[in-house]
Design a protein around this ligand. Structure first.
Ligand code: HEM
Length: 485
């Protein structure tokens, strides 16, 4: 094999990679040293904006295999036949910290899947929690500001975290989840993934269903206590990355079983709470889990920057048979992600190998822009309609229409029989064992007791009282005890 030659970016051989060119021995540098200029300039441009949330993550390739017939509910081609396999890329993440943050922290985990289907890429951008902190996207930037670093102190502040929650009673359910045992997964392999939102499926007859996705880990759930996590972070801040990378390199391929809850569309309006409220789960007694298939991860990316950092998932990337529900949060996300990608990666991010369709071809009249690599054939027209043989619309509905009624306005959620913000937090608390309750209370009190304002503490305590009197009483006692210390 011929020896590999070090070259400049334009492919010319480099004579010396150890000594810069100078005017005489010990003299100043020469502007004509192209290799030096290029090397320094390129280095300065290695970083791109990190994701504004979910900056720290790990990814892997794999496949999804259908195990159960769901064609009665969706016409999505990649779910259309038992045994059908679809390639995918999955990125896991933590939410609040920056790119260099530690993995084993108390934080939700992202669970973002890109299915490379024959009808285009389908992105399901979920979390390891079935619910979320808020239910209106207009609150999202404020929420995230309160959880990330304070602009003055430069670090996460319990004052900000709990002040936001004091004003967000709807967060009580997710806080109960996050502060409980599942709040720190032991690894990405040992946690579930959820679509969290309600999505809409449409079958070949045009009938609509609302669905919630649950990816159950086949590795079993494993979590860390706060003390265990602190120890893990001290030893290996990249513990989740290490675990995922090494498992797949060893051929121990992690897998998840996908289940869905399915609600016929006509049942939504009269359901006892708003089924599009992201702060609530659907009880399995009402809508049982139905198995769909198996997700397997079996290949690590070759290059973390190219494939994981540049991966771009958008909840608005649907395929025929799958669409959005009227969930306001989901609707807000339909805009936010591709906008972030255009800022972070540029308008042609969909042409990067990890993001480009693999089993389908992107064929449209979008053209040019920074870093365009996709060229039409030399005879292609760049307008439509045209009299030539360019791509044309199908006229086939992608998903069933959503019914709407009433007037435009900044409405609070539609009213259902049981729409308070606390009952599911209380139900979750009452499901916990005595030991789990004690750990939950200790974790909440550990954070809440650090808050400087008494009124912020009071407002938060009122939420736990409203969820369950015993829950409220115990958190209050624990907070008071810590503050008296
Ligand atoms: C990442 C916005 C709620 C899961 C992001 C990013 C933005 C964003 C801008 C960075 C995207 C990028 O640069 O590639 C929002 C807004 C939300 C919201 C505006 C509420 C209105 C949620 C919810 C979930 C979620 C409810 C889960 C159910 C994720 C995940 C990522 C992410 C998993 C990382 C995707 C990846 O691995 O690249 N979000 N988000 N987000 N978000 Fe959200």
């Amino acid at each position: 094999m011929s020896k590999r030659v070090l070259t400049t970016e334009s492919g010319a051989p480099v004579a010396d990679n150890q000594n810069s060119a100078t005017a005489g021995v010990g003299g100043p540098l020469l502007l004509q040293d192209q290799h030096l200029l290029e090397k320094l300039a390129r280095f300065n441009r290695e970083r791109i904006p990190e994701r504004v949330v979910h900056a720290r993550g790990s990814g892997a390739y794999g496949y999804f295999e259908v195990t159960d017939d769901v064609t009665a509910y969706t016409k999505a081609d990649f779910l259309g036949e038992v045994g059908k396999r679809t390639d995918l890329f999955l990125r896991f993440s933590t939410v609040a910290d920056s790119l260099g943050g530690a993995d084993a922290v108390r934080d939700p985990r992202g669970f973002a899947v890109k299915f490379y289907t024959e009808e285009g890429n389908y992105d399901l951008v979920g979390n390891n929690t079935p619910v979320f902190f808020i239910k209106d996207p207009i609150k999202f930037p404020d929420f995230i500001h309160s959880q990330k670093r304070d602009p003055f102190t430069g670090k996460q502040e319990p004052d900000n975290v709990w002040d936001f929650w004091a004003h967000a009673p709807e967060a009580t359910h997710q806080i109960t989840w996050l502060m409980g045992d599942r709040g720190i997964p032991a690894s990405y392999r040992h946690m579930n993934g959820y679509g969290s939102h309600t999505y809409q499926w449409t079958n070949a007859q045009g009938e609509a269903f609302f669905v919630k996705y649950h990816f159950k880990t086949n590795q079993g759930i494993r979590c860390l206590s706060s003390d265990q996590a602190a120890e893990v972070v001290g030893k290996d801040a990249n513990s989740h990355q290490t675990d995922l990378l090494q498992a797949i390199e060893r051929g121990v391929n992690p897998s998840w079983t996908l289940y869905v809850q399915i609600m016929p569309a006509h049942e939504a309006a009269d359901y006892r709470f708003n089924p599009f409220d992201l702060t609530k789960v659907w009880p399995h007694a009402d809508y049982p889990l139905q198995r769909v298939g198996r997700l397997v991860l079996d290949r690590n990316p070759d290059n973390v920057f190219a494939e994981v950092e540049q991966a771009a998932f958008s909840p608005n990337n649907f395929v025929p048979g799958i669409g959005p529900s009227p969930d306001k949060m989901l609707q807000g996300r339909l805009f936010a992600y591709a906008d972030a990608h255009r800022y972070r990666l540029g308008v042609n991010h969909t042409q990067l190998p990890v993001n480009a369709p693999k089993a389908a071809v992107a064929d449209n009249y979008g053209r040019d822009g920074l870093m365009a690599t996709r060229n039409g054939s030399r005879h292609d027209k760049n307008y439509e309609p045209n009299s030539y043989s360019g791509p044309a619309q199908t006229d086939a509905a992608l998903s069933a229409p959503l019914a709407v009624a009433g007037y435009t306005g900044t409405h609070a959620a539609p009213s259902h029989v049981k729409d308070d913000d606390f009952f599911q937090a209380g139900e979750l608390y009452r499901l916990m064992s005595a030991e789990e309750k004690s750990r939950l209370v200790a974790n909440i009190a550990g954070g809440l007791s650090q808050v400087s304002r008494e009124d912020v503490i009071e407002k938060n305590l009122a939420h736990f009282h409203a969820a369950d009197p015993d829950y409220g009483k115990r958190v209050e006692e624990a907070v008071r005890a810590l503050r008296e210390d």
